[in-house]
Design a protein around this ligand. Structure first.
Ligand SMILES: CC(C)(COP(=O)(O)OP(=O)(O)OC[C@H]1O[C@@H](n2cnc3c(N)ncnc32)[C@H](O)[C@@H]1OP(=O)(O)O)[C@@H](O)C(=O)NCCC(=O)NCCSC(=O)C[C@@](O)(CC(=O)O)C(=O)O
Length: 280
């Protein structure tokens, strides 16, 4: 006979404990946290179980600032604005936009963190970092993969990446982080340029992957943190679009044609299955 589940074990959490009149997050009373910790510090506490150092909080905060918005041409932002003109609520607009963040757009930081870890692993066996990056990139290109975190459809150099890397360099010079993943990111960029014969710049996902790997986050936390950051831009654009009005805005103005490359106009066959005949 199956034993009935222990109701006390149905949900288990080390994150929060509440009782009437009491809310404790990771052991800290919420009223002590409110007004005392910044939002990045609170995110760190939630995910990691303890408060970050000032350097750690500053680097996480920098990632959250960097990824917040990339304008109405970024699919995540465009989708929020389009959804808002379709008569849905802000929660629908935000969810629609967040759902576009994946392996190709905004979510590639997760795969990039895995890539950096793979290079780190290869280099751990007496192989120099540049050779390890070259081997890893070579293998991926052989499989005809896009290397996550590199290349941009718009920026020849992504201004967010250089700034984030320089913050990691500063923190590494103080011993606040190791600097290993900044070196790996740069080695990957060089290996990719050498293999492709053209520079494919580290993009925002590649740079946030450096910072978050330095800080010890897991790859899927990297994706989640990008989503947290971009949600701010998504909300701002949704609200701006709401204020501007507009109904059913598509991805481009109706006057701009798309390309139709289907069948030529043709007549329906005289006999169709639903008309009781057979299609020729
Ligand atoms: C980002 C993009 C699709 C751009 O593509 P593109 O349009 O330039 O060109 P493609 O047609 O894909 O490739 C043309 C030629 O370059 C080669 N090639 C390009 N990238 C290559 C690469 N990584 N590894 C090997 N080869 C590559 C390709 O093999 C081909 O070579 P060939 O066949 O020889 O001609 C592409 O790089 C890519 O998938 N990256 C990896 C995924 C990634 O990191 N995603 C995050 C992007 S950041 C983001 O999402 C946030 C955003 O910034 C978004 C925004 O607003 O934009 C924001 O803040 O919202």
């Amino acid at each position: 006979m199956a034993s009935s589940p222990d109701p006390g074990q149905w949900w288990r959490t080390a994150i929060i404990d509440i009782a009437p009149g009491t809310i404790r997050v990771r052991g800290y009373a919420i009223e002590d946290l409110i007004g005392a910790v910044s939002f990045p510090e609170m995110i760190w506490l939630m995910l990691r179980g303890d408060l970050p150092s000032a350097d750690q909080a500053a680097l996480l905060g920098a990632v959250l600032v960097a990824a917040v918005d990339h304008g109405p041409q970024a699919p995540s932002i465009a989708i929020a604005r389009m959804a808002m003109t379709c008569g849905v609520g802000v929660n629908n607009a935000m969810a629609s936009a967040v759902n576009a963040l994946g392996d190709v757009h905004g979510g590639a930081g997760q795969q990039c963190m895995e890539l950096y870890a793979a290079v780190d692993g290869r280099a751990g066996h007496g192989i120099a970092l540049n050779a390890a990056a070259g081997a890893e990139i070579g293998a991926r290109l052989l499989r005809r993969e896009h290397v996550p975190g590199f290349g941009h459809r718009f920026h020849p150099v992504d201004p967010r990446a250089g700034r984030l890397l320089s913050l990691v360099d500063d923190a590494a010079s103080r011993g606040a982080v190791g600097g290993r993943f900044a070196a790996i990111g740069r080695a990957v960029e060089e290996a990719l340029a050498a293999a492709k014969g053209k520079r494919l710049p580290m993009n925002i996902d590649g740079a946030t992957a450096v910072v978050l790997s330095e800080l010890g986050f897991a790859p899927d936390e990297g994706r989640g943190l990008f989503i947290l950051s971009r949600s701010v831009g998504i909300l701002a654009h949704a609200m701006e679009q709401k204020a501007q009005g507009g109904r059913i805005k598509g991805p481009m103005p109706p006057g701009i044609a798309y390309t139709y490359d289907g069948a030529e106009p043709r007549a329906l066959p005289r006999t169709t299955a639903s008309a009781g005949g057979t299609t020729p």
